[in-house]
Design a protein around this ligand. Structure first.
Ligand SMILES: Nc1ncnc2c1ncn2[C@@H]1O[C@H](COP(=O)(O)OP(=O)(O)OP(=O)(O)O)[C@@H](O)[C@H]1O
Ligand SMILES: [Mg+2]
Ligand SMILES: [Zn+2]
Length: 391
């Protein structure tokens, strides 16, 4: 039987179960308790920090028959219908989906009717930044003067493409990255419910790898758990499970890049993936390693909890690579990671990224040589008077 992913299973169902978003949670609960809710909200923040969860909790809380301190009861008829998806008090729309214009038309129609049960009709619109101009204009009309029973909650990871016209009509809340302690503590609670146990260091390591996204932390925890198969989660087990077991591989790959040894770099990658690490996991490990090196260069304490060997390797590499070159490598591999994550040919993408990183300097040197050559040729081709009339 396929196991349900932890991050789905562990979706917070009340505001009080949400972690690390105290400011947002407190404001929303207060508004609900004082019956002062606004008609449009914009939730922004990095992926997996609780935007969709909070929107759903909010939608239930304002419709709930027995709310408690601003939380939904999740037991009354209205709550249960919303949870099961059979209520049209809450409508979720993905702005990136096809046929959005039709959806917007439907929003307009639905919004016009008072809901049969509960007080409000709530539209949760995800990925609002993806909304195309046509849909956006149609949507603005509805957003401008919604009936008193309509509430919009817009969610996005990227504020960049949100038109001012939408921004200015919404109350804006920012969801923060979860700090490592909070993320680790949340993982501990979830594991406890499953009757599982883990070392603190192992959970902090997972929290660090997921960089403040609770969903990412739980996905990694899932992978580590599957690998551990009942064995207690330790730093060693996590390292093994996520393909960052071989510290020498990380340091070795960096060395290959710095010495422009593409063959050596790819060999290390193949050895690791040959032993069962997936390309994505490998790159995750490598990026984390580069980040730790960068942190040490910036004067932070990086890599604690990963053992002395790790800390020593990070410090050694921090001393031998230039800050600019390092940030460039991080940029390069972060971009590559997206291709690896979402592309079909993950191995090819990873190997190409390694090879390209090795030849950046070569390319630069080659370009400069070619430029000089071209300049020389251009000079020869120029009409004589403009070069000073040599003959
Ligand atoms: N603040 C949080 N407290 C507890 N769990 C959280 C929190 N944020 C995220 N999670 C976990 O991550 C899962 C995904 O969260 P959610 O869908 O709310 O994130 P999101 O911010 O909407 O992400 P995205 O930007 O990718 O849509 C939840 O089911 C839950 O397991
Ligand atoms: Mg979401
Ligand atoms: Zn209820």
């Amino acid at each position: 039987m396929a196991q349900e992913a932890l991050y789905r299973k562990a979706r917070p169902m009340t505001f009080d179960e949400m972690r690390g978003q105290e400011v947002v949670v407190r404001s929303l609960k207060n508004q609900i308790m004082r019956d002062r809710v606004s008609h449009a909200y914009l939730f922004t923040g990095i992926r997996g920090t609780g935007k969709t969860s909070a929107a759903r909790i909010f939608a239930r809380a304002i419709n709930c028959e027995n709310p408690k301190d601003g939380n939904p009861c999740n037991c009354c008829e209205t709550c249960r219908q919303i949870i099961s998806g059979s209520s049209d008090n809450v409508i979720e729309i993905d702005a990136a989906a096809h046929g959005l214009i039709d959806d917007i038309r439907q929003i307009g129609e639905l919004a016009g009717h008072r809901p049969m049960y509960g007080k409000y009709r709530v539209f949760i619109i995800d990925e609002i930044q993806e909304m195309k101009a046509g849909a956006s204009n149609a949507f603005l009309k509805t957003l401008e003067e919604p009936p008193s029973w309509v509430i919009f909650i817009l969610a996005t990871t990227s504020l960049k493409n949100i038109p001012d016209t939408i921004m200015s009509r919404c109350q804006h809340y920012t969801f923060r990255r979860l700090d490592y302690e909070t993320a680790a503590d949340q993982m501990r609670r979830i594991l406890k419910k499953e009757g599982l146990d883990a070392d603190d260091d192992a959970l902090l390591l997972l929290a660090g790898l997921s960089q403040g996204s609770m969903r990412d932390a739980l996905s990694l925890l899932d992978r580590a758990e599957a690998y551990a198969a009942g064995e207690r989660l330790t730093v060693r087990v996590v390292n093994e499970a996520l393909g960052i077991r071989d510290l020498t591989a990380m340091s070795g790959l960096l060395n290959a890049l710095l010495t422009e040894d593409a063959g050596g770099g790819i060999r290390i990658f193949r050895e690791m993936t040959g032993e069962g690490t997936d390309p994505e996991g490998f790159m995750n490990g490598f990026l984390t390693y580069l980040r730790d090196v960068l942190l040490v260069q910036d004067g932070y304490d990086a890599g604690s909890g990963r053992g002395n060997d790790y800390e020593a390797a990070v410090k050694r590499d921090a001393a031998r690579i230039g800050h600019g070159e390092l940030t460039e490598l991080i940029r390069h591999f972060s971009e590559a990671q997206i291709k690896i994550q979402f592309g079909e040919m993950k191995t090819v993408a990873a190997e190409m990224a390694i090879a390209a990183a090795c030849s950046t300097k070569k390319r630069e040197a080659g370009l400069i040589a070619r430029l000089a050559e071209l300049e020389e040729k251009a000079e020869q081709l120029l009409p004589q008077e403009s070069t000073g009339g040599m003959i």
